[in-house]
Design a protein around this ligand. Structure first.
Ligand code: DX5
Ligand code: ZN
Length: 219
């Protein structure tokens, strides 16, 4: 069970301080938004590259951009440990995943709440991780969509049936009250922005979330 704090909820003029505050996490979730694929705008390659240089934990880039076919490999080359692009935005998701792996990062594909997982499942061995969005991408602080646990379950069952060692990530509205449902459905990587950075002690919140996910996963 891995916790990935999202720096979308960090203080943007104190990234280094806020990244060091979550050094007990498993991954650092970096949301790249281009104001086209999603209505919001964050940062791009140069900022992400610098974050990779200073982060004490592996960086997990979540690309919410229109043209991952042109950009995703550059995030792998910039030092991201895993690069997640949206299935909806790529003309050849499985091919792009292969290029990300060849560039030395783990490959991951994301699906928005309205996207069926069938295409992803059909090429499951191309991916090291599947991100099932549990909110519409674009903003932090939204409510978890409980129906998405069915999608998590379908992807997990497909991976188990085919003997694929797959990480399943959920992103959006993950907090103490929602993490058990996602973990029992088969998710094992949990992005949390507002829950971690909104807590009085972000590091303690990460440990609490991880423990809740472990308990739910064992049940
Ligand atoms: C939303 C981003 C998330 C966001 C999650 O589009 O992909 O990573 O930071 O924020 P919370 O945990 O506050 O829902
Ligand atoms: Zn994200």
């Amino acid at each position: 069970m891995q916790i990935a704090p999202s720096i979308l909820s960090a203080d943007f003029v104190n990234f280094q301080r806020d990244i060091e505050r979550v050094a007990n996490a498993d991954l650092l979730h970096v949301d790249v938004m281009d104001a086209h694929f999603v209505p919001n705008l964050t940062w791009g390659l140069p900022v992400t590259e610098r974050i990779c240089e200073i982060s004490p934990i592996p960086v997990d880039a979540h690309l919410m951009i229109d043209d991952p076919d042109a950009w995703a490999v550059r995030y792998a080359e910039a030092g991201c440990a895993s690069v997640t692009f949206h299935a909806e935005a790529s003309s050849d998701p499985a091919g792009l995943a292969g290029r990300i792996r060849a560039a030395g990062a783990r490959s991951a594909v994301a699906v928005k709440p309205g996207t069926a997982p069938d295409e992803v499942i059909a090429h499951l061995d191309a991916y090291d991780m599947v991100l099932v969005m549990t909110v519409e991408p674009g903003f932090g602080g939204q409510s978890f969509m409980p129906d998405m646990t069915d999608k998590v379950r379908r992807v997990r069952e497909a991976a188990l049936a085919r003997g694929i060692d797959l990480d399943i990530q959920v992103d959006g509205g993950i907090a103490r009250d929602t993490i058990p449902a996602a973990a029992s459905a088969g998710a094992n990587v949990f992005v949390a922005g507002s829950a971690v950075y909104g807590a009085p002690d972000p590091a303690a919140e990460i440990d609490a979330l991880r423990e809740l996910a472990r308990e739910a996963g064992r049940a």
